[in-house]
Write a protein that binds this ligand. Sequence first.
Ligand code: USQ
Length: 382
Amino acid sequence: MKILILGADGYLGWPSCLYFSRRDHEVTGVDNYFRRNAATELDCESLIPAPNLLQRANIWKEVTGRSIKVHIGDITNYEFLLSLFREYNPDAVIHYAEQPSAPYSMMSRDKAAFTVQNNLISTLNIMYAVKEVNPECHIIKLGTMGEYGTPNIDIEEGWLEIEHNSRKDRFLFPRQAGSLYHTTKVQDTDMIWFYVRTWGLGVTDLMQGPVYGLSTEETDLDPRLTPSFHYDEIFGTVLNRFIVQAVAGYPLTVFGKGNQTRGFLNLRDTMQCVYLSASRPAARGQLRVFNQLTEQFSVNQLAEKVKIVGDRLGYNVVIKHINNPRVEKEDHYYNVKYTGLFDLGLKPHYLTDEILESFFAVTDTYKDLINRDAFFRGVSWK
Ligand code: USQ
C-alpha cells in the first residue's frame, strides 16, 4: 500500500510511519514542525530530544534498511498538499496533522484562531485533494472521544438511531465538546460527513481517547527512534504526565474531584487500530466511525494505579487535587461502546502493573531531563 502520513513528526505520526514501513508499505511522512516550534515557544519540550524528521528517516534506514520519504511543509497550503497527492497517488492518507492540544486551544484568541484555521483547512484540503487526484484513496482521520463529551446516556460507536413521532433515522451521535480543540474535531466530522454524502469519498473517523506510553516494537529497535513525548500541561496527556510527575517526585496533578472518566489506550494499540483501519478500508460513500479505546478509567483510578506501582518501586508518590482549570463535569455517567476495532482484530495491551513498571523504568532513564516548570501552567478555560 502507498500511504501518506500527515503529521509524521508527532507522538502518533512517527511511530505510525515505522509501523507501516516495517510491514512493507511505501510510506511518505509530512510535517510542518508545528509542535516542535510551539514546544520551543512555550518552553515545554519533549522529554526525549528527538532528531528531526529527516534525521529520523535516515536512522530508520540505517537500522532496518527501509526507506521513509519525508516532506516538510504545511498542508493548509493546498498547492503543497496537492503536489504530494499527485507525486505519490496514495491508496490511503492518515490525517494526524492537527493542532492536538485542548489547553493550547484555550490559551488565547490567536491560538484559538490558529487551531480553527489549521484543523479545519487541513481537513478541507485533504477532501479536495482526494477528490481531485484519486477519490478511491481511503481517508483515515483522527477524531477524538472528546467530541461526544460526557452525555448521561451510553456513547454509541459514532451513530445513533432515533425514533421521533413514530419515524426512525440514523444520525451522527450527538456531540458536545469540552474545549475549542475538541470543537474543531466536531466540525471536522461534520465537514467530512458532508463530503462523504456529496462526493462519495470513503472515510474512517477514529474517535480516540487519551493515549499513553512512549514506545512501540519499532521504536524499541533504537533509542533514537523514540517518539516525541510530552508531559507538560499543554501537550502531555494525563497518564504520561502522572508517570513523569511520579518519577520527578512532583505531586500528581489531579484536576478537581478526579472522577472525570475517559477511554484510554496504549500507544501500541493506536498503531494496531490505524493499521487495521487501513487494511480494511471504508467503502466509497461510507463514513465509518470507530471508538478507539481499550479501557475506561477515572483520573482518580489512574492516579491510584500510578501511586501503587510507583510506591512499590520506591518513588513515594503523592496525589494532589488541585482546582480544575478546565470546565468539565467531575461526576458523570460514562459508558462507551467500542467493539468495531476489536471485530477487526485488535489485540489490546491493557494497563497492567507490568506495563506501568516498564513505563516507569524507561521514564526513569530520562529523569535528569525533566523540566518541572512544565508540569503546571494553569491554562484556564474561564
Ligand atoms: N487531567 C487531570 N490532570 C492533569 C491532566 C489532565 O486531572 O494533569 C484530566 C483532565 O481534566 C481531563 C482528563 O484528565 O478530564 C484527560 O485530560 P488529557 O489532558 O489527558 O486529555 P485531553 O485534554 O482531553 O486531550 C487528549 C489529547 C487529545 C485527544 C484527547 C482524547 O491531547 O489530542 O483528542 O486526549 S479525549 O480526552 O478522549 O478527548
